[in-house]
Design a protein around this ligand. Structure first.
Ligand code: ADP
Length: 574
């Protein structure tokens, strides 16, 4: 199967479950939403039912029309008691009374003493007591005047002039006591009398009296009671006040009262449409026609548990999705790596075959020439023998490399003198490449001893030198510098060749990896040379690195520590 096909199959295999999970998840969320909606509706229905039941019980409570209702409500008895003022109060006119008129004539003439005496002689009806009090007041007999008004206020069913006697008496007492300290107390009593709604007054009379009382006690008129009074007498709902009626009695309640006293009992999320804009979201509605309540009851569930669950589901799905995507990513990456490795291995086999064929061809051709005895001089024969040796060497190195490639740790380590070792390897290498015009320079080599497998480290160094020549481009110069640094011996192999792109610098040490620049330059290779160098360095506790060289080319550095944990320590000499 081709690589593209493998990737396509892989993608399909990975995508299918992911898509299935996503689809299932979405279905689940959808169903969950529908279920939550259903539940929410049921809860709303129940809430509305409960609210209607509670409110009906409250409205029909027998105590409702007997107990004083409290702040924000007004109870009006069938006879109108409770109202601050009436729409149509009884019109009272005093009956003509000749002796009273005679006494009043004395009063108006200014004969107050005679007038008072005349009033006192008359039967003590409301009109008489009223005038008597007034006259006594004008005479400055305050206590006597107050007594007359006291008697007047006891005549609860009579009228003085056009006003109920107790109201007229209380107001007159206040007038009498103006600018005296008792006024405030007297005025408060007057206000209580007005607020009780016991005596029918026209709105105009009530307003005049209430304004006086307000002025005397310094407290404004009872606006709430006036609103309730007005609402209780009108036939349509006004001012967000509800009027309940039972057997002629009326109970007027403000929105504030209902919201404070009744709605909390009806349960959370319940409100009355008459009292304001509906809350956001779906609500269940119960109309007055079905409930017999004076309001449209609305109910919305106070909280929605469904949302929390939906969020959890989304988080779960997200997590599954993340794992799928993550898993796919790593899976695809692993497969791609495997495919790349397979390709590199194929290239490797081709390259190895080629590497073998070149020296083998040389050997075969030289063998033929020698066999035929075509070579006249000993000198030429020697030169052919040398070439034969070089080709055999190359073959041997190739085989060693391939064997080394699979070997891991059976290096035979022994103390190794760095200076003679380095000089020998570089010399041998120089001789091989000299015929192609390459010059390998080596600077001063310090004295040092490492504990190492000389053959393996030699092969590592050789591979670096070999690459320096192989990738040298037009340059014919290779330089080796050996130094001791930080407890390790370091070999720098510097070339001025084609160089290595930054992105390839770590990967060239992987087996079979070959940089793009090498391929483009048409330079053949197996991609295992540097892998072997890295492996040998690692087995000796060291490493191999590459840096771009100043100018052009690269510097490879092989580092072998003088002291490491992987073997016995060599003699300490230099
Ligand atoms: P090979 O040389 O057989 O391809 P190596 O493992 O020796 O394999 O090297 C791996 C790759 O590193 C090479 O293919 C080449 O791209 C790059 N490389 C190694 N040495 C050099 C160098 N001195 N200059 C430029 N590129 C190099």
């Amino acid at each position: 199967m081709s690589r593209t096909k493998v990737m396509a199959v892989l993608a399909a295999v990975l995508c299918l479950p992911a898509a299935t999970i996503a689809w299932l998840g979405l279905r689940l969320i959808e169903q969950d939403r529908a279920l939550a909606e259903q539940r929410s509706m049921e809860r709303r229905e129940q809430a509305a039912e409960r609210a209607v039941q509670t409110l009906t019980a409250i409205v029909n409570d027998s105590a409702l029309f007997t107990n004083p209702p409290g702040e924000g409500a007004l109870l009006v008895h069938p006879d109108g008691r409770g109202l601050l003022f009436r729409m149509n109060p009884p019109m009272i006119r005093e009956a003509p009374n000749a002796p009273l008129a005679a006494a009043e004539a004395l009063e108006f003439r200014g004969d107050l003493a005679s007038a008072a005496a005349a009033y006192e002689k008359l039967p003590p009806a409301a009109g008489v007591l009223m005038r008597l009090g007034r006259t006594l007041g004008r005479l400055g007999r305050i206590d006597a005047a107050l007594a007359a008004y006291g008697r007047l206020s006891a005549l609860v069913n009579e009228h003085a002039g056009e006003w109920p006697a107790p109201v007229a008496a209380a107001w007159s007492r206040c007038l009498l006591l103006q600018s005296r300290p008792q006024l405030r107390q007297e005025a408060q009593r007057f206000r209580a009398l007005l607020d009780s709604g016991r005596y029918p007054l026209s709105e105009a009379a009530y307003t005049a009296f209430a304004d006086d009382a307000a002025r005397w006690i310094g407290v404004p008129r009872p606006a709430m009671l006036e609103r309730l009074t007005r609402a209780a007498q009108s036939e349509t709902a006004v001012d967000q006040i509800t009027v309940l009626k039972r057997e002629g009695a009326r109970l007027a309640v403000t929105r504030e009262f209902i919201e404070r006293e009744w709605l909390p009992k009806a349960g959370p999320g319940v409100w009355l449409r008459e009292f304001g804009a509906p809350k956001a979201g779906a609500a269940t509605i119960r109309y007055p026609a079905e409930t017999k309540l004076p309001w449209t009851v609305m109910a919305a569930p106070s909280h929605d548990a469904g949302q929390g669950r939906e969020r959890l589901l989304i988080v779960l799905l997200g997590t599954v999705g993340l794992f799928t995507v993550g898993g796919s990513f790593f899976g695809v990456r692993a497969v791609r790596r495997e495919l790349a490795l397979a390709r590199m291995q194929e290239d490797f086999v081709a390259a190895v075959s080629h590497e073998f064929r070149t020296p083998l061809t040389t050997i075969r051709q030289i063998a033929e020439v020698l066999e035929d005895g075509r070579l006249a001089t000993e000198e030429r024969r020697q030169s052919y023998y040398h070439s034969l040796g070089v080709a055999a060497d190359r073959l041997q190195r190739l085989v060693e490399d391939l064997l080394d490639f699979r070997r891991v740790s059976d290096y035979r380590r022994a103390p190794l003198d760095v200076r003679p070792f380095s000089v020998r390897v570089v010399d041998e290498f120089s001789r091989v490449v000299a015929e192609n015009g390459f010059r390998v320079e080596v600077g001063d080599v310090p004295e040092a001893v490492i504990n190492a497998d000389g053959e393996a480290v030699g092969r590592a160094l050789w591979n670096l030198l070999d690459n320096a020549v192989k990738y040298s481009g037009a340059s014919r110069e290779v330089a080796v510098n050996v130094r001791v640094d930080g407890g390790a011996v370091k070999w720098d192999v510097r070339d001025h060749g084609i160089g290595i792109a930054a992105g390839d610098r770590t990967r060239i040490f992987d087996q079979f990896y070959r940089a793009e620049s090498a391929r483009r330059a048409g330079i053949r290779g197996t991609g295992i040379g540097l892998a072997i160098v890295a492996q040998i360095a690692k087995a000796h506790g060291g490493r191999v690195d590459v840096e771009p060289a100043a100018g052009e080319g690269s510097v490879f550095t092989l580092t072998i520590p003088m002291e490491d944990n992987n073997g016995p320590h060599p003699d300490r000499r230099g």
